[in-house]
Design a protein around this ligand. Structure first.
Ligand code: BES
Ligand code: MN
Ligand code: ZN
Length: 476
Protein backbone atom coordinates (compact mmCIF):
# COMPACT_ATOMS: atom_id res chain seq x y z
CA UNK A 1 0.00 0.00 0.00
CA UNK A 2 1.27 3.44 -0.95
CA UNK A 3 0.46 6.69 0.81
CA UNK A 4 0.59 9.98 -1.07
CA UNK A 5 0.34 13.24 0.80
CA UNK A 6 -1.53 15.24 -1.81
CA UNK A 7 -4.66 14.68 -3.86
CA UNK A 8 -4.38 12.73 -7.08
CA UNK A 9 -6.23 13.99 -10.16
CA UNK A 10 -7.45 10.51 -10.99
CA UNK A 11 -8.79 8.04 -8.51
CA UNK A 12 -11.84 7.55 -6.36
CA UNK A 13 -13.17 10.63 -4.57
CA UNK A 14 -14.42 9.93 -1.06
CA UNK A 15 -17.13 12.12 0.45
CA UNK A 16 -18.41 11.78 4.03
CA UNK A 17 -21.88 12.34 5.37
CA UNK A 18 -23.15 12.42 8.96
CA UNK A 19 -26.62 11.60 10.26
CA UNK A 20 -26.53 14.73 12.43
CA UNK A 21 -25.74 17.29 9.73
CA UNK A 22 -28.89 18.92 8.42
CA UNK A 23 -28.12 19.32 4.73
CA UNK A 24 -26.26 16.99 2.44
CA UNK A 25 -24.49 17.58 -0.85
CA UNK A 26 -26.05 16.80 -4.20
CA UNK A 27 -24.54 13.32 -4.04
CA UNK A 28 -26.00 12.69 -0.57
CA UNK A 29 -29.46 13.74 -1.75
CA UNK A 30 -29.10 11.53 -4.81
CA UNK A 31 -27.94 8.52 -2.75
CA UNK A 32 -30.81 8.94 -0.28
CA UNK A 33 -33.31 9.15 -3.10
CA UNK A 34 -31.99 6.19 -5.06
CA UNK A 35 -30.77 3.73 -2.40
CA UNK A 36 -31.17 2.91 1.29
CA UNK A 37 -28.16 5.12 2.09
CA UNK A 38 -28.90 6.95 5.36
CA UNK A 39 -25.42 8.23 6.41
CA UNK A 40 -25.14 5.47 9.03
CA UNK A 41 -21.65 4.52 10.08
CA UNK A 42 -19.64 2.78 7.40
CA UNK A 43 -22.57 2.61 4.95
CA UNK A 44 -21.44 3.55 1.49
CA UNK A 45 -22.72 4.45 -1.93
CA UNK A 46 -20.58 4.07 -5.03
CA UNK A 47 -21.34 6.51 -7.82
CA UNK A 48 -19.61 5.52 -11.04
CA UNK A 49 -18.56 8.28 -13.42
CA UNK A 50 -17.73 7.17 -16.95
CA UNK A 51 -16.04 10.48 -17.83
CA UNK A 52 -13.77 11.01 -14.82
CA UNK A 53 -13.11 9.91 -11.27
CA UNK A 54 -15.94 8.00 -9.59
CA UNK A 55 -17.20 8.86 -6.11
CA UNK A 56 -17.71 6.94 -2.93
CA UNK A 57 -20.09 8.41 -0.43
CA UNK A 58 -19.46 7.12 3.07
CA UNK A 59 -21.75 7.45 6.06
CA UNK A 60 -20.25 8.42 9.42
CA UNK A 61 -23.28 8.06 11.68
CA UNK A 62 -23.36 10.69 14.44
CA UNK A 63 -20.26 12.74 13.72
CA UNK A 64 -19.90 13.78 17.37
CA UNK A 65 -19.46 10.17 18.39
CA UNK A 66 -16.56 9.38 16.06
CA UNK A 67 -13.43 8.15 17.82
CA UNK A 68 -10.11 6.65 16.75
CA UNK A 69 -11.60 3.18 16.48
CA UNK A 70 -14.27 4.56 14.11
CA UNK A 71 -11.45 5.92 11.94
CA UNK A 72 -9.92 2.44 11.71
CA UNK A 73 -13.27 0.89 10.78
CA UNK A 74 -14.09 3.64 8.34
CA UNK A 75 -10.78 3.44 6.50
CA UNK A 76 -11.04 -0.33 6.35
CA UNK A 77 -14.50 -0.21 4.81
CA UNK A 78 -13.42 2.43 2.27
CA UNK A 79 -10.48 0.30 1.17
CA UNK A 80 -12.70 -2.78 0.88
CA UNK A 81 -15.21 -0.88 -1.26
CA UNK A 82 -12.40 0.41 -3.47
CA UNK A 83 -11.10 -3.13 -3.94
CA UNK A 84 -14.60 -4.34 -4.74
CA UNK A 85 -14.94 -1.72 -7.49
CA UNK A 86 -11.39 -2.24 -8.73
CA UNK A 87 -10.34 1.29 -7.85
CA UNK A 88 -6.62 1.55 -7.15
CA UNK A 89 -6.26 5.17 -6.06
CA UNK A 90 -8.35 6.72 -3.25
CA UNK A 91 -8.55 10.46 -2.63
CA UNK A 92 -9.60 10.90 0.95
CA UNK A 93 -9.28 13.26 3.90
CA UNK A 94 -9.93 12.67 7.57
CA UNK A 95 -13.55 13.38 8.53
CA UNK A 96 -14.04 17.02 9.51
CA UNK A 97 -14.12 16.34 13.25
CA UNK A 98 -10.50 15.15 13.06
CA UNK A 99 -9.22 17.12 10.09
CA UNK A 100 -9.22 20.67 11.43
CA UNK A 101 -7.03 19.96 14.43
CA UNK A 102 -5.51 16.68 13.26
CA UNK A 103 -3.32 14.62 15.58
CA UNK A 104 -0.70 12.04 14.74
CA UNK A 105 -2.98 9.48 16.41
CA UNK A 106 -5.84 10.28 14.03
CA UNK A 107 -3.65 9.76 10.95
CA UNK A 108 -2.21 6.65 12.52
CA UNK A 109 -5.63 5.07 13.17
CA UNK A 110 -6.89 6.08 9.71
CA UNK A 111 -3.82 4.64 7.97
CA UNK A 112 -4.01 1.47 10.05
CA UNK A 113 -7.60 0.90 8.91
CA UNK A 114 -6.61 1.11 5.23
CA UNK A 115 -3.70 -1.23 5.75
CA UNK A 116 -5.87 -3.90 7.39
CA UNK A 117 -7.67 -4.30 4.06
CA UNK A 118 -4.50 -5.71 2.55
CA UNK A 119 -4.29 -8.76 4.79
CA UNK A 120 -4.88 -12.17 3.29
CA UNK A 121 -3.57 -15.60 4.05
CA UNK A 122 -3.33 -17.43 0.74
CA UNK A 123 0.02 -19.25 0.95
CA UNK A 124 -1.60 -22.52 -0.04
CA UNK A 125 -3.93 -21.27 -2.77
CA UNK A 126 -2.57 -22.04 -6.20
CA UNK A 127 -4.62 -19.16 -7.57
CA UNK A 128 -4.23 -16.01 -5.55
CA UNK A 129 -7.14 -13.63 -5.36
CA UNK A 130 -5.24 -10.68 -3.94
CA UNK A 131 -6.58 -7.34 -5.26
CA UNK A 132 -4.25 -4.79 -6.85
CA UNK A 133 -2.17 -2.59 -4.59
CA UNK A 134 -3.99 0.50 -3.34
CA UNK A 135 -2.65 4.03 -3.23
CA UNK A 136 -4.13 6.29 -0.59
CA UNK A 137 -3.90 9.96 -1.60
CA UNK A 138 -4.43 11.80 1.67
CA UNK A 139 -6.04 15.19 1.30
CA UNK A 140 -4.40 17.01 4.18
CA UNK A 141 -5.33 20.04 6.21
CA UNK A 142 -2.97 23.02 6.28
CA UNK A 143 0.52 22.13 7.57
CA UNK A 144 -0.25 18.47 8.29
CA UNK A 145 2.35 16.82 6.06
CA UNK A 146 4.76 15.91 8.83
CA UNK A 147 2.17 14.75 11.30
CA UNK A 148 0.42 12.59 8.72
CA UNK A 149 3.68 10.96 7.65
CA UNK A 150 4.51 10.16 11.25
CA UNK A 151 1.04 8.65 11.72
CA UNK A 152 1.44 6.46 8.64
CA UNK A 153 4.91 5.29 9.73
CA UNK A 154 3.63 4.39 13.16
CA UNK A 155 0.68 2.45 11.72
CA UNK A 156 3.07 0.54 9.45
CA UNK A 157 5.03 -0.66 12.45
CA UNK A 158 1.89 -1.99 14.16
CA UNK A 159 0.64 -3.59 10.97
CA UNK A 160 3.88 -5.43 10.29
CA UNK A 161 3.75 -6.84 13.81
CA UNK A 162 0.06 -7.73 13.49
CA UNK A 163 0.43 -9.40 10.09
CA UNK A 164 3.43 -11.36 11.36
CA UNK A 165 1.36 -12.59 14.32
CA UNK A 166 -1.60 -13.48 12.08
CA UNK A 167 0.57 -15.43 9.66
CA UNK A 168 2.17 -17.40 12.48
CA UNK A 169 -1.26 -18.34 13.86
CA UNK A 170 -2.74 -19.19 10.45
CA UNK A 171 0.07 -21.51 9.43
CA UNK A 172 -0.88 -25.12 10.14
CA UNK A 173 0.97 -27.17 12.76
CA UNK A 174 2.83 -29.20 10.15
CA UNK A 175 4.51 -25.95 9.11
CA UNK A 176 4.81 -24.04 12.38
CA UNK A 177 6.05 -26.31 15.16
CA UNK A 178 8.44 -25.42 17.98
CA UNK A 179 11.59 -25.42 15.85
CA UNK A 180 10.12 -23.42 12.97
CA UNK A 181 8.40 -21.01 15.37
CA UNK A 182 11.79 -20.32 16.95
CA UNK A 183 13.37 -19.84 13.50
CA UNK A 184 10.63 -17.44 12.42
CA UNK A 185 11.09 -15.41 15.60
CA UNK A 186 14.81 -15.22 14.97
CA UNK A 187 14.42 -14.31 11.30
CA UNK A 188 11.89 -11.60 12.06
CA UNK A 189 13.54 -10.05 15.11
CA UNK A 190 17.32 -10.37 14.76
CA UNK A 191 17.52 -7.84 11.90
CA UNK A 192 15.84 -5.29 14.19
CA UNK A 193 18.49 -5.69 16.86
CA UNK A 194 16.56 -8.04 19.13
CA UNK A 195 18.78 -10.70 20.63
CA UNK A 196 17.08 -14.08 20.12
CA UNK A 197 18.31 -17.10 22.08
CA UNK A 198 16.89 -20.56 21.47
CA UNK A 199 17.30 -23.34 24.00
CA UNK A 200 16.59 -26.96 23.15
CA UNK A 201 17.49 -30.58 23.95
CA UNK A 202 19.43 -31.28 27.14
CA UNK A 203 19.81 -27.56 27.87
CA UNK A 204 16.16 -27.48 28.83
CA UNK A 205 16.58 -30.26 31.38
CA UNK A 206 19.63 -28.53 32.83
CA UNK A 207 17.59 -25.36 33.13
CA UNK A 208 15.07 -27.28 35.23
CA UNK A 209 11.96 -26.57 33.14
CA UNK A 210 10.16 -29.64 34.46
CA UNK A 211 6.55 -28.59 34.03
CA UNK A 212 7.11 -27.42 30.46
CA UNK A 213 9.05 -30.56 29.55
CA UNK A 214 6.28 -32.78 30.96
CA UNK A 215 3.87 -31.27 28.44
CA UNK A 216 6.38 -31.50 25.60
CA UNK A 217 7.44 -35.11 26.15
CA UNK A 218 4.52 -36.67 24.26
CA UNK A 219 5.60 -35.22 20.93
CA UNK A 220 8.39 -36.18 18.54
CA UNK A 221 8.82 -32.50 17.74
CA UNK A 222 11.48 -31.15 20.09
CA UNK A 223 10.49 -28.30 22.44
CA UNK A 224 12.21 -24.98 21.80
CA UNK A 225 12.45 -22.32 24.50
CA UNK A 226 12.74 -18.89 22.93
CA UNK A 227 14.09 -15.82 24.73
CA UNK A 228 13.95 -12.51 22.86
CA UNK A 229 15.69 -9.54 24.43
CA UNK A 230 15.18 -5.95 23.35
CA UNK A 231 17.43 -3.58 25.25
CA UNK A 232 16.15 -0.18 24.09
CA UNK A 233 16.93 1.80 27.22
CA UNK A 234 20.56 1.61 28.30
CA UNK A 235 19.90 4.32 30.92
CA UNK A 236 17.69 2.04 32.95
CA UNK A 237 17.78 -1.48 34.34
CA UNK A 238 13.98 -1.67 34.54
CA UNK A 239 12.68 -4.50 32.39
CA UNK A 240 9.25 -5.85 31.45
CA UNK A 241 8.71 -9.48 30.44
CA UNK A 242 6.15 -10.63 27.87
CA UNK A 243 5.41 -14.33 28.07
CA UNK A 244 3.41 -16.00 25.29
CA UNK A 245 1.78 -19.42 25.34
CA UNK A 246 3.42 -21.36 22.52
CA UNK A 247 1.50 -24.59 22.04
CA UNK A 248 1.99 -25.12 18.31
CA UNK A 249 -0.64 -27.83 18.61
CA UNK A 250 -2.92 -28.83 21.46
CA UNK A 251 -4.65 -32.18 21.00
CA UNK A 252 -5.47 -32.22 24.71
CA UNK A 253 -3.12 -35.17 25.24
CA UNK A 254 -4.66 -38.16 27.05
CA UNK A 255 -7.48 -35.85 28.16
CA UNK A 256 -8.16 -35.78 24.43
CA UNK A 257 -10.19 -33.04 22.81
CA UNK A 258 -13.17 -33.90 20.59
CA UNK A 259 -12.20 -33.50 16.90
CA UNK A 260 -14.22 -30.35 16.30
CA UNK A 261 -12.48 -28.44 19.11
CA UNK A 262 -9.11 -29.87 18.11
CA UNK A 263 -9.21 -28.73 14.52
CA UNK A 264 -8.02 -25.16 15.00
CA UNK A 265 -5.56 -25.92 17.80
CA UNK A 266 -2.60 -24.83 15.70
CA UNK A 267 -3.77 -21.44 16.98
CA UNK A 268 -2.81 -22.39 20.54
CA UNK A 269 0.42 -20.48 20.02
CA UNK A 270 -1.55 -17.24 19.61
CA UNK A 271 0.03 -15.79 22.75
CA UNK A 272 3.51 -16.35 21.41
CA UNK A 273 2.53 -14.92 18.02
CA UNK A 274 1.30 -11.74 19.69
CA UNK A 275 4.44 -11.47 21.78
CA UNK A 276 6.68 -11.93 18.71
CA UNK A 277 4.58 -9.43 16.75
CA UNK A 278 4.78 -6.92 19.60
CA UNK A 279 8.55 -7.29 19.87
CA UNK A 280 8.72 -6.59 16.14
CA UNK A 281 6.69 -3.39 16.49
CA UNK A 282 8.55 -2.26 19.61
CA UNK A 283 11.95 -2.78 17.98
CA UNK A 284 10.82 -1.23 14.70
CA UNK A 285 9.69 1.85 16.58
CA UNK A 286 12.98 1.91 18.50
CA UNK A 287 11.11 2.50 21.76
CA UNK A 288 13.27 3.51 24.70
CA UNK A 289 12.37 0.55 26.92
CA UNK A 290 13.77 -2.82 27.96
CA UNK A 291 11.54 -5.75 27.12
CA UNK A 292 12.27 -9.45 27.22
CA UNK A 293 9.91 -11.97 25.66
CA UNK A 294 9.76 -15.64 26.58
CA UNK A 295 8.04 -18.47 24.71
CA UNK A 296 8.10 -22.10 25.87
CA UNK A 297 7.13 -23.69 22.56
CA UNK A 298 5.95 -27.30 22.36
CA UNK A 299 3.17 -29.60 21.23
CA UNK A 300 0.63 -31.39 23.42
CA UNK A 301 0.19 -34.85 21.90
CA UNK A 302 -0.37 -38.46 22.90
CA UNK A 303 2.20 -41.22 22.72
CA UNK A 304 3.92 -43.84 24.86
CA UNK A 305 6.01 -40.99 26.24
CA UNK A 306 3.23 -38.53 26.96
CA UNK A 307 2.34 -37.31 30.45
CA UNK A 308 -0.90 -38.63 31.88
CA UNK A 309 -3.77 -37.49 34.08
CA UNK A 310 -2.78 -38.23 37.67
CA UNK A 311 0.94 -37.67 37.13
CA UNK A 312 2.71 -35.50 39.67
CA UNK A 313 5.36 -33.32 38.05
CA UNK A 314 7.93 -30.77 39.16
CA UNK A 315 8.50 -27.20 38.01
CA UNK A 316 11.28 -24.66 37.70
CA UNK A 317 9.96 -22.85 40.76
CA UNK A 318 10.28 -26.05 42.80
CA UNK A 319 6.55 -26.50 43.36
CA UNK A 320 5.08 -29.94 42.66
CA UNK A 321 2.01 -30.08 40.43
CA UNK A 322 -0.74 -32.67 40.25
CA UNK A 323 -1.78 -33.13 36.62
CA UNK A 324 -5.53 -33.37 36.91
CA UNK A 325 -6.09 -32.94 33.19
CA UNK A 326 -3.49 -33.08 30.41
CA UNK A 327 -5.56 -30.59 28.41
CA UNK A 328 -4.77 -27.92 31.00
CA UNK A 329 -1.25 -27.88 29.55
CA UNK A 330 -0.86 -24.19 28.75
CA UNK A 331 -0.65 -23.12 32.38
CA UNK A 332 2.09 -25.73 32.98
CA UNK A 333 4.29 -24.30 30.23
CA UNK A 334 3.53 -20.76 31.41
CA UNK A 335 4.34 -21.63 35.02
CA UNK A 336 7.95 -22.32 34.06
CA UNK A 337 8.10 -19.44 31.60
CA UNK A 338 6.87 -16.74 34.01
CA UNK A 339 9.14 -18.03 36.77
CA UNK A 340 12.06 -18.01 34.35
CA UNK A 341 11.22 -14.45 33.27
CA UNK A 342 10.84 -13.05 36.79
CA UNK A 343 13.42 -15.13 38.68
CA UNK A 344 16.18 -16.00 36.19
CA UNK A 345 15.88 -13.00 33.88
CA UNK A 346 14.99 -10.65 36.75
CA UNK A 347 12.20 -8.89 34.89
CA UNK A 348 10.54 -6.31 37.13
CA UNK A 349 7.01 -7.03 35.91
CA UNK A 350 5.42 -9.55 33.61
CA UNK A 351 2.48 -9.95 31.25
CA UNK A 352 1.49 -13.38 30.01
CA UNK A 353 -0.74 -13.88 26.97
CA UNK A 354 -2.39 -17.20 26.37
CA UNK A 355 -5.17 -18.97 24.55
CA UNK A 356 -5.76 -20.55 27.93
CA UNK A 357 -9.40 -21.48 28.53
CA UNK A 358 -12.54 -22.35 26.62
CA UNK A 359 -14.29 -20.84 29.66
CA UNK A 360 -13.09 -17.40 28.54
CA UNK A 361 -15.01 -17.79 25.29
CA UNK A 362 -18.12 -18.62 27.28
CA UNK A 363 -17.66 -15.66 29.63
CA UNK A 364 -16.51 -12.92 27.24
CA UNK A 365 -17.08 -14.24 23.73
CA UNK A 366 -14.70 -13.46 20.90
CA UNK A 367 -14.73 -9.72 21.51
CA UNK A 368 -13.14 -9.24 24.95
CA UNK A 369 -9.86 -10.58 26.30
CA UNK A 370 -10.09 -11.69 29.94
CA UNK A 371 -7.60 -10.17 32.39
CA UNK A 372 -6.36 -11.34 35.78
CA UNK A 373 -3.79 -9.40 37.83
CA UNK A 374 -2.12 -8.92 41.18
CA UNK A 375 -1.55 -5.19 40.70
CA UNK A 376 -4.13 -2.42 40.27
CA UNK A 377 -1.74 0.24 38.90
CA UNK A 378 -0.22 -2.04 36.31
CA UNK A 379 -3.58 -3.20 35.00
CA UNK A 380 -4.80 0.38 34.75
CA UNK A 381 -1.81 1.13 32.52
CA UNK A 382 -2.66 -1.85 30.35
CA UNK A 383 -6.34 -0.93 30.14
CA UNK A 384 -5.38 2.57 28.97
CA UNK A 385 -3.11 1.13 26.29
CA UNK A 386 -5.82 -1.29 25.14
CA UNK A 387 -8.33 1.55 24.95
CA UNK A 388 -5.99 3.58 22.71
CA UNK A 389 -5.40 0.49 20.59
CA UNK A 390 -9.12 -0.18 20.12
CA UNK A 391 -8.67 -3.66 21.60
CA UNK A 392 -11.21 -4.71 24.22
CA UNK A 393 -10.19 -6.17 27.55
CA UNK A 394 -12.16 -7.02 30.71
CA UNK A 395 -10.72 -7.56 34.17
CA UNK A 396 -11.89 -10.58 36.16
CA UNK A 397 -11.70 -10.73 39.97
CA UNK A 398 -9.36 -12.86 42.05
CA UNK A 399 -9.89 -14.11 45.63
CA UNK A 400 -8.64 -16.55 48.25
CA UNK A 401 -11.75 -18.60 47.52
CA UNK A 402 -10.77 -19.05 43.86
CA UNK A 403 -7.20 -19.80 44.89
CA UNK A 404 -8.44 -22.74 47.00
CA UNK A 405 -9.91 -24.37 43.91
CA UNK A 406 -6.36 -25.03 42.65
CA UNK A 407 -5.34 -26.82 45.87
CA UNK A 408 -4.22 -30.44 45.52
CA UNK A 409 -4.49 -33.23 48.06
CA UNK A 410 -1.22 -34.81 46.94
CA UNK A 411 0.95 -32.00 45.55
CA UNK A 412 1.57 -28.28 46.10
CA UNK A 413 -0.93 -27.26 43.44
CA UNK A 414 -3.25 -28.82 40.85
CA UNK A 415 -3.52 -27.86 37.18
CA UNK A 416 -7.30 -27.44 37.11
CA UNK A 417 -9.62 -25.57 39.42
CA UNK A 418 -12.92 -27.19 38.53
CA UNK A 419 -15.75 -26.03 36.32
CA UNK A 420 -16.52 -22.77 38.11
CA UNK A 421 -14.59 -19.62 37.17
CA UNK A 422 -12.26 -21.60 34.91
CA UNK A 423 -10.61 -18.55 33.38
CA UNK A 424 -9.83 -17.07 36.78
CA UNK A 425 -8.40 -20.24 38.34
CA UNK A 426 -6.30 -20.87 35.22
CA UNK A 427 -4.92 -17.33 35.43
CA UNK A 428 -4.27 -17.63 39.15
CA UNK A 429 -2.39 -20.88 38.58
CA UNK A 430 0.03 -18.97 36.34
CA UNK A 431 0.20 -16.11 38.84
CA UNK A 432 1.30 -18.56 41.55
CA UNK A 433 4.57 -18.97 39.62
CA UNK A 434 5.49 -15.30 39.39
CA UNK A 435 8.56 -14.69 41.56
CA UNK A 436 7.92 -12.49 44.59
CA UNK A 437 5.10 -9.97 44.43
CA UNK A 438 6.15 -8.62 41.07
CA UNK A 439 3.36 -6.90 39.14
CA UNK A 440 1.75 -9.41 36.80
CA UNK A 441 -1.09 -9.41 34.28
CA UNK A 442 -2.58 -12.47 32.64
CA UNK A 443 -4.40 -12.00 29.31
CA UNK A 444 -6.63 -14.89 28.23
CA UNK A 445 -6.95 -14.53 24.47
CA UNK A 446 -8.66 -17.89 23.80
CA UNK A 447 -11.64 -15.99 22.36
CA UNK A 448 -9.87 -13.10 20.68
CA UNK A 449 -6.75 -14.57 19.04
CA UNK A 450 -8.76 -16.56 16.53
CA UNK A 451 -12.08 -15.71 14.86
CA UNK A 452 -14.42 -18.11 13.10
CA UNK A 453 -15.98 -15.11 11.33
CA UNK A 454 -14.37 -11.80 10.40
CA UNK A 455 -15.64 -8.68 12.19
CA UNK A 456 -14.75 -5.01 11.90
CA UNK A 457 -11.22 -4.94 10.46
CA UNK A 458 -10.27 -8.30 11.98
CA UNK A 459 -10.17 -11.21 9.55
CA UNK A 460 -11.37 -14.75 10.17
CA UNK A 461 -8.52 -16.88 11.50
CA UNK A 462 -5.61 -15.34 13.42
CA UNK A 463 -6.24 -11.74 14.52
CA UNK A 464 -2.89 -10.61 15.89
CA UNK A 465 -4.84 -9.17 18.81
CA UNK A 466 -2.90 -7.09 21.36
CA UNK A 467 0.20 -6.43 19.30
CA UNK A 468 -1.01 -2.82 19.44
CA UNK A 469 -1.94 -2.88 23.13
CA UNK A 470 1.48 -4.18 24.15
CA UNK A 471 3.31 -1.74 21.92
CA UNK A 472 1.25 1.21 23.13
CA UNK A 473 1.94 0.21 26.73
CA UNK A 474 5.56 1.15 26.09
CA UNK A 475 4.82 4.26 24.00
CA UNK A 476 4.44 7.16 26.31
N1 BES B 1 -5.95 -24.33 24.37
C1 BES B 1 -7.01 -24.65 25.22
C2 BES B 1 -8.00 -23.50 25.42
C3 BES B 1 -8.78 -23.05 24.21
C4 BES B 1 -10.06 -23.49 23.98
C5 BES B 1 -8.23 -22.10 23.34
C6 BES B 1 -10.77 -23.05 22.88
C7 BES B 1 -8.94 -21.65 22.25
C8 BES B 1 -10.22 -22.12 22.02
C9 BES B 1 -6.49 -25.04 26.60
O1 BES B 1 -5.26 -25.67 26.60
C10 BES B 1 -7.47 -26.00 27.19
O2 BES B 1 -7.64 -27.04 26.63
N2 BES B 1 -8.09 -25.62 28.30
C11 BES B 1 -9.03 -26.47 28.95
C12 BES B 1 -8.78 -26.39 30.43
C13 BES B 1 -9.57 -27.38 31.23
C14 BES B 1 -9.10 -28.79 30.94
C15 BES B 1 -9.41 -27.06 32.69
C16 BES B 1 -10.42 -25.98 28.59
O3 BES B 1 -10.62 -24.78 28.49
O4 BES B 1 -11.28 -26.81 28.37
MN1 MN C 1 -5.43 -27.77 26.28
ZN1 ZN D 1 -4.00 -25.26 25.04
Amino acid sequence: MKFLYEPSSSGLKVEFSCTDSDKGSELVEYAKAHSDFASKCCQSFYYANLNGPSSLLVGLGECDELDLESLRNLAFSIAKKAQEHKETVINVSLPKKFLDDASKEAYEAFAEGFMHAEYSFDDYKSEKEAPEELSIALVLGEGQKEISERGVESAKAYIEGIFLARDLVNQPSNVIYPETLAKKAQEALSPLGVDVKIYTGKELEDMGLKAYLSVAQGSDKAPHFIVMNYAGDPDSSYKTALVGKGLTYDSGGYSLKPSNSMKTMQSDMGGSATVIGAMHAIAQKKLKVNVVAVVAACENLLSGKAYKPGDIIGSLAGKTIEVDNTDAEGRLTLADAVYYATQELKADRVIDLATLTGACLIALGDEYTGLVTNNADFIQELKDAAQKAGEKVWELPTSKHFEKQNESKVADIKNTGGRLAGTITAGMFVGAFVDGDKPWIHMDIAGTAWLDNAYSYLPAGGTGIHVKTLTKLFEK
